[in-house]
Design a protein around this ligand. Structure first.
Ligand code: AMP
Ligand code: ZN
Length: 465
């Protein structure tokens, strides 16, 4: 499998540090309001990559964080007169609902910054001890001049970075480019006690500390949107490398291109922010997901009034082909065509992979041999599953009935929750329960397994695991 590595600027063969256990970290949302559709490009793209890695390697640990300490959260909480947890929990639940709408499977770990303040302190202290950071006036700053390789991820001139923006440089900074690891909180602001006074962490140190806690010093893949290359990832890299005596932080840096709306940046001030929950009132979540996968992840993707109709038509064609055969190949064999896998192996080329689904659908539509048709249908379903598509019952799709697909997603979540409980990962198990609650699913744990039902008065107990 080849992956384009931002650091080398080239497509490289993917060789994990430990082929028995691949690790991946993706920067998650800051939960102060609803994430817009652009914010969901990374989780959808890296969900496909996670599905692919789980198929090809014995184990993947995939972490995507929740940033629940942030000045925007503080501002939203102050405005509403509530604790920051009220804001962050509300928007974490909304984020989970949107992920479920888009068919994004849960990650293995979903670390929250508020649960890692101790690890953040430890890492900051290590950086100070190693001479890479200094405390000044209640702040702790990373000293950019202490790390010779600073700037090489984002290909920026270290001299320029050192000088930074020369306007309004705070007096406590040694170099204008130095960035904050810890900053003081005023009495009325949320804060945590620390060796440097009561305060809160800077944004970049969070990810370094959470990645280290859950994935170790060196991680295989680190992803996020292209806007994060500088300064966020450049700074994460500097912190982690320097806290770990020069050890490599990330083997493959992956960045998705931006989503625009009618060729404009999606932003609140322009009033063109699209939300998953609003789009999902018009079309099934799978249609939205299809749009997000219709362009190569590194390319820009422009959202306009036609994309949903086009995606809906494309999915109708694929489901139409699936509907021509009622039974499946019972052999359980892997029928995924090589060309489809080759597309995904080529730096996650999802548009090419989708084209291969259409090639299968075309064959299926013209096939006259029953056995071949069954195999083609299996191939389409198996390949579709890797993209997180085509898992509805085809008749239900055309009837506009999503319950079949929801059942599949719910079963999957319950399986993940059972695994988390078996691993004694109670936090994760609770998170999945919350995600299910957000989908109106009620779980009933009993002696014979977990049963679920949709929380509406006339629904019956359904399915069990
Ligand atoms: P944020 O909550 O702004 O930190 O964004 C969460 C993730 O979404 C980050 O990985 C961003 O790089 C990514 N992102 C934000 N806006 C867009 C966009 N318009 N298109 C694609 N990715 C985006
Ligand atoms: Zn991050």
């Amino acid at each position: 499998m080849k992956i384009f590595n931002t650091e080398s600027g080239k497509k490289e063969e993917f060789v994990p540090q430990n082929p028995e256990h691949v690790t991946m970290y993706v920067c998650g949302p800051t939960v102060y309001n609803h994430s817009h559709i652009g914010n969901f490009r990374p989780p959808v793209v890296f969900d496909v990559l996670a599905r692919l890695l789980r198929r090809e390697f014995p184990k993947l640990t995939y972490a995507r964080n929740i940033t629940d300490i942030d000045d925007k959260i503080n501002a939203a909480a102050a405005e509403a007169g509530v604790d920051i947890s009220v804001i962050s929990e509300k928007y974490t639940a909304a984020y989970h609902r949107d992920l479920a709408t888009l068919g994004v499977l849960p990650t293995d770990v979903e670390p929250k910054v508020t649960e890692h303040v101790e690890q953040i302190h430890t890492m900051i202290q290590e950086l100070i001890d190693a001479g890479h950071a200094y405390a000044a006036e209640g702040h702790v700053l990373f000293s950019v001049s202490s790390y010779a390789d600073y700037g090489s991820l984002s290909k920026r001139d270290p001299e320029e970075l050192l000088a930074g923006a020369r306007v309004d440089v705070a007096a406590y900074k040694k170099d204008a480019g130095d960035f904050v690891l810890w900053k003081p909180s005023a009495d009325e602001q949320p804060g945590w006690d620390s060796p440097w006074g009561r305060g809160r962490p800077g944004w970049h140190i969070e990810c370094s500390a959470m990645a280290e806690t859950h994935l170790g010093d060196t991680i295989d893949i680190h992803g996020g949107g292209t806007d994060l290359v500088f300064p966020h990832h450049e700074n994460e890299r500097a912190q982690s490398v320097c806290a770990h005596s020069g050890k490599q932080y990330v083997r493959y840096w992956m960045h998705n291109g931006f989503l625009s709306f009618n060729a404009e940046k999606m932003s609140k001030s322009l009033g063109n922010v699209l939300l998953v929950k609003d789009l999902a009132e018009k079309v099934p979540g799978e249609v939205i997901r299809y749009v997000l996968l219709s362009a190569h992840y590194r390319a820009p993707l422009d959202w306009n009034d036609d994309v949903l109709t086009q995606a809906r038509n494309s999915l109708d064609r694929l489901y139409g082909a699936l509907r021509t055969v009622t039974s499946l190949d019972a052999s359980q064999q892997d029928h995924i065509p090589d060309a489809f896998m080759a597309a995904l192996h080529d730096d996650l080329n999802t548009p090419k992979a989708l084209a291969e689904l259409f090639a299968l659908a075309k064959q299926l539509n013209t096939s006259t041999d029953h056995e071949t048709s069954q195999q083609l249908k299996s191939a389409l379903l198996q390949a579709g599953e890797l993209l997180g598509l085509l898992q509805h019952d085809a008749d239900a799709w055309f009837a506009g009935d999503q319950s079949e697909a929801d059942a599949a997603t719910i079963d999957q979540l319950i399986t993940e929750r059972l695994q988390a409980r078996a691993d004694k990962d109670w936090g994760r198990a609770d998170e999945i329960r919350d995600q299910l609650t957000a989908m109106n699913v009620v779980l009933e744990d009993g002696a014979d397994g977990t049963k679920w039902r949709i929380d509406s008065s006339d629904a019956n107990l359904s399915s069990s695991k």
